[in-house]
Design a protein around this ligand. Structure first.
Ligand code: HAM
Length: 433
């Protein structure tokens, strides 16, 4: 095959987001922004590439993400860099680097963007995926954990996913109580270590609790009678978790306690949560997060608390598609233009209308009137403006209402006024969300 014949494809596990689906993405993002703003969260945009050490230290050397899923490389300047696998470490780095951790310890951020993990692709799991994330720094109060959960719930409700999502909570303990639980768990697991998968054998040594993440039926079966973390919570963790639950109950957010939620990243302490759907197959988590007091300090900042969550956009879109949510992008008006003179005349009118906020489509006068009318119907235009040589001679245009089929002649100089008066600016993107 000659180079010119070579067909390029997206990299495995990565995909294009094409219209019309991109309209659905925009709708989700716009809703998220609106809700996060009402909670006084501010957007943060961090670079996609960071020093690898940030994730090693932030996410943890012994996590699957850092051990085997990061896209890391040495650049031409010998720097060891990584394309971000998640957002929290970068946000905390920026929080410290910008001085916010000292000047405004209580800070609320949201972010949206692509993350990269070299996982085995399957339904809902990609190598490039988008996250919508929230991070609330500097607050130890349980109301902070509750706010993150409540805000996520409000967002998922606003996009129409309330009925498809379960909220699951756990407390994974702190450096005081977790070691006691781990000790008990290791004692329990040692009885049948040989029956566990190789990953779980490694987990026993590195992070026993993460054994609850194992998807293998044989390991899951062994864990049925495993000790439960709730028995080992210290007074601080128990009280904190009780308060989180009380606040969420008070705002009527339905949640269940799931003591097998352990989270796959090392920075979590105490509260952990996941938003789960039964309609996603094996990759059931639409979002996950929790408290990460200690992370700011371990990345070189002051001893400041943190709590946050990230939601997977592709999984949200999969669910929206399954529930039949659709968005439409309907132009207000289509311009059917016939001939060079008409094109010259129409161009400033089209630009004028667009500058007033109307959505105008046209196909540059390249085809017959019939073909242009067909396209106008296909794109769902409510009105068509027809301008050809005859109309130019008479200094008019024809406006056709596509719903009623009625046609009207109008002076060229009155088109802008006529269309803006009748159409308003209400029709950019119409959706069902
Ligand atoms: P995470 O649980 O690793 O947490 O990811 C959060 C969400 O991102 C998941 O629930 C899932 O919806 C989505 N996700 C993760 N990996 C993939 C993938 N390979 N393909 C598609 N979607 C994926 C974090 O990333 C933490 N930084 C969340 C957080 C923020 N914790 C505190 N603040």
């Amino acid at each position: 095959m000659s180079p010119a014949e070579q067909k390029f494809r997206t990299v495995k596990g990565m995909m294009d987001i094409m219209p019309p689906e991109s309209h659905l993405w925009q709708m989700v993002e716009d809703t998220a922004k609106r809700i996060f703003c009402t909670h006084s969260y501010h957007e943060i945009r961090t670079p996609i590439v960071e020093y690898t050490e940030l994730f090693r230290r932030g996410v943890g050397e012994d996590t699957s993400v850092v051990e085997k899923e990061m896209y890391s490389f040495i650049d031409q300047g010998e720097d060891n860099l990584t394309i971000r696998p998640e957002g929290t470490a970068s946000v905390v780095r920026a929080y410290i680097e910008s001085g916010a951790s000292i000047n405004e310890p209580m800070t609320r951020y949201y972010y949206m963007g692509p993350m990269f993990r070299r996982e085995r692709p399957q339904k809902g799991r990609f190598r490039q995926f988008y996250q919508i994330g929230l991070e609330l720094l500097g607050v130890t109060d349980p109301a902070a954990d509750a706010e993150i959960v409540a805000m996520t719930w409000q967002f998922l409700t606003a996009i129409g996913l309330k009925g498809s999502i379960k909220v699951e909570l756990n407390s994974i303990g702190c450096k005081e109580c977790r070691p006691k639980f781990n000790e008990k768990l290791v004692g329990f697991l040692s009885k049948f270590e040989d029956c566990l998968c190789e990953d779980c054998k490694r987990r026993i040594v590195k992070n026993p609790m993460r054994i609850f993440d194992c998807k293998k039926e044989a390991c899951k079966a062994r864990l049925k009678d495993a000790p439960r973390i709730s028995k080992y919570w210290c007074e601080g963790c128990r009280t904190h978790f009780d308060k989180v639950q009380a606040i969420l109950t008070n705002v009527s957010i339905p949640f269940v306690i799931n003591e097998t939620i352990v989270r796959g990243l090392d920075y979590y302490v105490s509260t952990a949560f996941e938003f789960i759907s039964d309609n996603l197959g094996a990759q059931s988590a639409v979002g996950g997060g929790g408290r990460y007091d200690g992370l700011v300090r371990s990345l070189g900042g002051p001893d400041v608390a943190g709590v946050g969550i990230a939601l997977g956009m592709e999984r949200i879109i999969l669910l929206l598609n399954e529930t039949g949510k659709k968005t439409e992008f309907l132009p207000d008006t289509f311009f059917a233009v016939l001939g060079e003179k008409a094109k010259l005349t129409a161009f400033p009118i089209i630009e004028n209308l667009r500058s007033q906020g109307l959505t105008i489509d046209w196909d540059y006068g390249a085809k017959s009137l019939k073909a242009q009318m067909r396209r106008a119907g296909k794109v769902g235009a409510k009105k068509v403006v027809i301008i050809g040589d005859t109309e130019i001679e008479k200094n008019i245009a024809i406006i056709k209402n596509m719903d009623t089929g009625m046609q009207q002649e109008i002076n060229l100089s009155d088109i802008c006024q006529n269309l803006s008066r009748h159409s308003g600016t209400d029709s950019d993107i119409k959706g069902t969300l």
